[in-house]
Write a protein that binds this ligand. Structure first.
Ligand code: AMP
Ligand code: MN
Ligand code: MN
Ligand code: MN
Length: 281
């Protein structure tokens, strides 16, 4: 069993990177990838644990892109977190994320919830501030009953305080990841659009933009959806990858490796992804 998608407190999870390595070992995982949103900050601490655990620890990141007016997340597995050009690009994304946060704070203020970025940042566990931290601030203020409710009322797509990521295209995300020696994987495709969405066409287009794999194993999928995405991956010659998207206490009822209990990402997935790695000279 392996898990190729999780978050630490360096983005919007609650566990330290070292704690994730220990948790993976305790759960008997053969491999774990740390894929924080828009940051490589957790990776040195995570990789330093390799001498203490037999679980293979893999570098990763999760980037938010815009595609056909939809928000898509692309994981970069095996990226070289010390690559200077990649680090610069990620730093740039973080600056744009800060600008987006400022705009979300302005939108909330405009609808009668005056909130400062400083107040939101108090709910973050690192310098990366995401909508999750806005949600927590809104719950603390009594403006939402729960994190979920805060997304439903204010922060989700199409809601009054939502500001989409406009900047990054899937083509650029895939290129950046490959130039850093990584493999681009479309995260949780089934979550980004309704069931009528034509994934086959979209995935063929994304493959032409550099995509190598998609998550076919994900806690929110039914067995039918898992089968659908596995078959689609095979037809399009993309690797079927997967992971729990564990966020610690930020996503209740979800465990590393097993998701809500039924997740099982086959070990073979890792070998299939290895074949797609970019070997830089
Ligand atoms: P951001 O990267 O700032 O757009 O924040 C997105 C993060 O918010 C995701 O990675 C999830 O962890 C979380 N999230 C997204 N939608 C919801 C939701 N409906 N309820 C709770 N958390 C959510
Ligand atoms: Mn998240
Ligand atoms: Mn995601
Ligand atoms: Mn994620």
């Amino acid at each position: 069993m392996i898990d190729l998608h999780c978050h630490s407190l360096c983005s919007d999870g609650t566990d330290a990177p070292a704690a994730l390595a220990l948790l993976a070992q305790a759960g008997g995982l053969k491999a774990l990838a740390l894929t924080d949103h828009d940051t490589l900050d957790g990776l040195p601490e995570f990789l330093a644990m390799q001498s203490q655990v037999s679980t293979r620890l893999i570098t990763g990141i999760e980037l938010s892109c815009r595609f056909l007016s939809m928000e898509l997340h692309i994981l970069g597995l095996f990226v070289d977190h010390q690559d200077p050009a990649f680090r610069n690009r990620i730093q740039d994304l973080q600056a744009r994320r800060q600008e987006r946060n400022q705009r979300m704070a302005e939108r909330l203020t405009a609808i009668g919830i005056p909130i400062s970025l400083q107040e939101v940042a108090e709910h973050a566990t690192s310098r990366l501030v995401s909508r999750v931290h806005f949600a927590r601030a809104l719950v603390k203020r009594g403006k939402a009953g729960s994190q979920q409710d805060a997304f439903a009322r204010f922060l989700g797509e199409g809601r009054p305080a939502h500001v989409p990521f406009e900047d990054l295209s899937p083509a650029d995300a895939c290129r950046w990841i490959k130039e850093a020696g990584g493999v681009p994987v479309l995260a949780h495709p089934g979550r980004s659009a309704n069931r009528a969405f034509r994934w086959e066409e979209a995935l063929a287009d994304l493959k032409a933009q550099g995509l190598e794999a998609l998550e076919a194993y994900y806690p929110e999928y039914s067995p039918r959806e898992e089968q659908y995405f596995c078959e689609l991956a095979q037809r399009l010659d993309l690797v079927a990858s997967g992971g729990s998207d564990y966020h610690g206490k930020m996503k209740v009822g979800l465990s590393l490796g097993v998701g809500r209990g039924g997740l099982h990402v086959p070990d073979q997935v890792l070998e299939n992804l290895e074949v797609r790695r970019t070997h830089r000279t």
